[in-house]
Design a protein around this ligand. Structure first.
Ligand SMILES: [Zn+2]
Ligand SMILES: [Zn+2]
Length: 330
């Protein structure tokens, strides 16, 4: 039993290994419903079902290995935010408010219905990453967009409502508190020590090794010291850059390779768990900052946040990060 503090948020995490179940128990009790078919005639995102799309797509990448296309980007049919608003704040009594401005796009990751990042080939993952990068930079051109967040919800526990492999991008007209707190913590660390906190975390994890997963020339993946949930993992670029939009072609290829490797391990070791992953990148005007360092966070959805976690903000993680890393790499 121990309590750890996250370097990035200064949040406390309680580790309670005796509450842990064997990794086997995290696997889904029943096997997947029935085998998902490669093509579903009712799915608007399957190749050949273009007549079911209500929007024309924003962009499309050329197909690989006989596919008619590889990725497609569409406006989300049920957007959380809408683009035809402004970002002007207003007040209502003691309250501050602003219109629901934002962009919400959906990235179809593959023409086939039953594939996911964990099963895709490397070329496929590379195209997904390139699509992220193109949309990220395109959305940042609009000065109203203060934050561009790329994420993937995989499985019903992660909030996914459609099976067809897809990611989403939301651009907002304000900076969320979570990211601001994150930035401020990193700023303070930098002001005190003159170093980027994530660069320090990278160095420590690389030399310490016990939470390491995969590594290549440009990226390191590991279970974070203060993981909030079992099998949380991060993919961090070795070169200090605040913005995902600033990575080179070479880094994109290396990022795809490690994402491919890590998601494949997660898929095989935990039997295709539900998860969310998020690209956490500097908000507008922060791209060149020496204290910010972009990364990707994967959060498997194996446990449920209960009253204590919700009330206190403190996570109770039944699984130790070192054990998680050992299991995933074993
Ligand atoms: Zn489909
Ligand atoms: Zn850094």
């Amino acid at each position: 039993m121990e309590i750890r503090q996250s370097k990035l948020t200064r949040e406390w995490i309680i580790f309670s290994p005796e509450r842990a179940r064997r990794p086997m128990d995290f696997k889904k009790k029943e096997k997947k419903k029935k085998e998902t078919p490669e093509y579903d005639e009712n799915c608007p995102f399957c190749a050949g079902n273009e007549d079911k799309l209500i929007h024309s797509f924003i962009m499309e990448t050329p197909g690989i290995g006989g596919n008619p296309w590889q990725t497609r980007v569409l406006p989300n049919k049920y957007p959380a935010l809408v683009p035809d608003k402004n970002v002007t704040r207003g007040v209502e009594g003691i309250y501050l408010r602003m219109p629901a401005y934002g962009k919400h796009e959906l990235i179809v990751e593959h023409p086939k219905h039953n594939i996911c990042i964990g099963k895709m080939n490397l070329e496929g993952v590379k195209t997904v990453v390139e699509t992220y990068w193109m949309r990220y930079n395109e959305l940042l051109k609009d000065k109203r967009n203060m934050m561009v967040l790329i994420f993937q919800n995989h499985g019903s526990r992660a909030g996914a409502s459609i099976i067809h492999p897809h990611s989403q991008i939301i651009a907002t007209g304000m900076v969320p508190l979570l990211l601001r707190v994150h930035e401020e913590e990193s700023q303070q660390y930098f002001d005190n020590l003159g170093r980027c906190v994530m660069c320090d975390i990278l160095k420590f994890e690389e030399s310490h090794k016990e939470r390491l997963l995969l590594e290549n020339d440009s990226f390191l993946s590991f279970v974070p010291y203060a993981a909030e949930v079992p099998y949380e993992l991060w993919i961090v670029p070795k070169e200090h850059k605040a913005s995902f939009g600033d990575i080179s072609r070479e880094e994109m290829t290396k990022f795809a390779a490690i994402l491919h490797g890590v998601m494949n391990r997660l898929y095989n070791k935990l039997d295709d768990p539900d998860y969310n992953y998020i690209v956490i990148s500097g908000t507008r005007y922060k791209a060149g900052e020496p204290h910010l360092h972009w990364y990707l966070k994967v959060r498997p959805r194996l446990t449920t946040r209960a009253g204590f976690e919700i009330g206190s903000g403190i996570s109770i993680n039944p699984s130790l990060p070192e054990k998680d890393a050992e299991y995933l790499m074993g």
